[in-house]
Ligand binder design. Structure first.
Ligand SMILES: Cc1cc2nc3c(=O)[nH]c(=O)nc-3n(C[C@H](O)[C@H](O)[C@H](O)COP(=O)(O)OP(=O)(O)OC[C@H]3O[C@@H](n4cnc5c(N)ncnc54)[C@H](O)[C@@H]3O)c2cc1C
Length: 417
């Protein structure tokens, strides 16, 4: 069923009785050509592009709970391609271009809003660093503008300019960046993948791998053994736990990241505002009016999807430092998600040492913006056995050869990325 304005009007006039479930609920088959583990954004996008771009059939996505119950439905919805390093920026710009056409591609409203991402500048050194980053963005075909303090004030008048602990001296703006409705992205991919014949199997936890003669021939699940020619893992915060079941130790730790939303306010923040340097904080306003914001990881390793109060205090202090008027708003909700933090802060999309078993993970807390791109290039790897050119740096062996992609420059300290 194709969604359109005519369908919405027709259903509005006929009691909304003609809508059909957006995806099926099939029983698992005994064997698939491709199994993707993890019904998050990345897993679902991988299945979609495998079917759509690479013409593959007989594909299943296995999800231990319900699709969208992981980070894809828990993130702060920020989409951008404002990276510095050569191994990263072309990938994120590739993903950005897929975002720009995603709604037409999926025939689904993912509420993509290119409202801009503004990184605030608080010191001369930070301005130099952002100028360098902006140039790297422009070289990769992305957009970037360096703004003066007056231009920032005109754009976001409700920040603290006059009596600020950390005075705002300008900003780096990416106008094409912005936000997308996170769970709608997952639903859009699920609906489109299902329409191409992908089996989405929920309540089906992968508990082990069957490996014969060095080759993965299928997965042991809570719904029995399911055979496969090719298996791809896309389980985000559960990556290290799952791959351990195949005997693999990953250069990844899991940490909890919290996010927050306030009660609905009138429009006060027109773009995404990011406050880095003196603190670490990012803020946007949802279409319903809530201020959506977050900051650093809690800082300890965990598989629990909830955080603790010291980080709440830290994040709220950052909010008060840049926008004191927000202190009068009430907090509506807060939650946590599991971030798969790699040793250099950059992701891994690669084959493993077990034939037929592939891995996508280590997205830290920046993988939502990567959803279309990661799905596309992981599908490319699964379908062709070769890395896609924009993901050529995302290999396991960079940790052995020392060619790490340390975007924030903090070293092998996952909790600092
Ligand atoms: C609070 C928070 C804020 C964030 N903000 C942003 C942001 O603003 N911008 C941005 O770009 N990124 C952001 N991120 C990061 C982003 O959400 C993740 O990097 C990305 O969603 C991970 O990919 P995914 O969607 O596939 O993960 P998930 O949605 O977590 O999908 C993984 C799935 O695998 C399933 N699974 C796990 N183990 C098994 C198993 N054994 N068998 C079967 N299924 C299994 C899980 O149930 C889950 O559904 C944020 C993350 C958090 C937690």
């Amino acid at each position: 069923m194709s969604y359109s304005i005519f369908k919405v009007i027709k259903e509005g006039l006929t009691g909304q009785r003609g809508w059909k479930p957006a995806w099926r609920n099939p029983e698992p088959k005994a064997h698939y050509d491709y199994i993707i583990i993890g019904g998050g954004g990345h897993g679902m996008a991988t299945a979609y592009y495998l079917a759509r771009r690479y013409g593959k059939k007989n594909i299943a996505v296995l999800e231990k709970g319900w699709i969208g119950s992981g980070n894809v439905g828990r993130n702060t919805t920020i989409v951008r391609s404002n990276y510095l390093l050569e191994g990263n920026q072309p990938f994120y710009e590739f993903s950005m271009k897929l975002w720009e056409n995603l709604e037409q591609d999926l025939n689904y409203n993912v509420m993509m809003s290119q409202r801009g991402v503004l990184n605030l500048i608080h010191s001369d050194a930070q301005r130099d660093a952002f100028r360098r980053r902006g140039n790297a963005m422009i070289f990769s075909g992305a957009d970037a503008q360096l703004l003066t303090a007056d231009q920032v004030r005109q754009m976001v008048p409700f920040l603290n300019y006059d009596n600020a602990r950390f005075p705002i001296k300008g900003g780096l703006l990416q106008p094409r960046a912005g936000t997308a409705r996170h769970d709608a992205v997952l639903w859009g991919y699920a609906r489109a993948a299902d329409a191409l014949g992908v089996d989405i199997i929920q309540n089906c936890e992968v508990q082990g791998f069957r490996i014969e003669g060095g080759r993965c021939v299928g997965v042991e699940t809570t719904r029995g053994f399911i055979g496969a020619d090719v298996v791809g893992s896309s389980v985000a915060g559960s990556s290290s736990r799952l791959m351990q079941k195949a005997g693999l130790t990953l250069p990844i730790e899991s940490h909890v990241l919290q996010a927050f939303v306030s009660e609905a306010l009138k429009p006060v923040v027109p773009c995404v505002v990011s406050f880095g340097g003196p603190g670490h904080f990012y803020l946007n306003q949802s279409d319903k009016g809530g201020l959506v914001f977050g900051g650093d990881l809690d800082g300890y390793n965990t598989y629990a999807q909830r955080g603790n109060l010291p980080l709440v205090e830290n994040v709220v202090e950052c909010l008060m430092a840049i926008m004191p008027s927000a202190g009068r708003a009430r907090l509506l909700r807060m939650w946590g998600g599991l971030a798969d933090m790699s040793m250099d802060g950059s992701p891994i999309i690669d084959r493993t040492e077990i034939d037929g078993l592939y891995f996508n993970g280590g997205w830290c807390y920046g993988g939502f913006k990567a959803t279309p791109g990661a799905g596309y290039v992981f599908a490319h790897l699964l379908a062709t056995g070769e890395s896609h050119e924009v993901a050529a740096a995302y290999r396991f062996d960079r940790f052995r050869t020392g060619h790490v992609l340390d975007e924030p420059g903090t070293g092998a300290q996952p909790n600092l990325h």
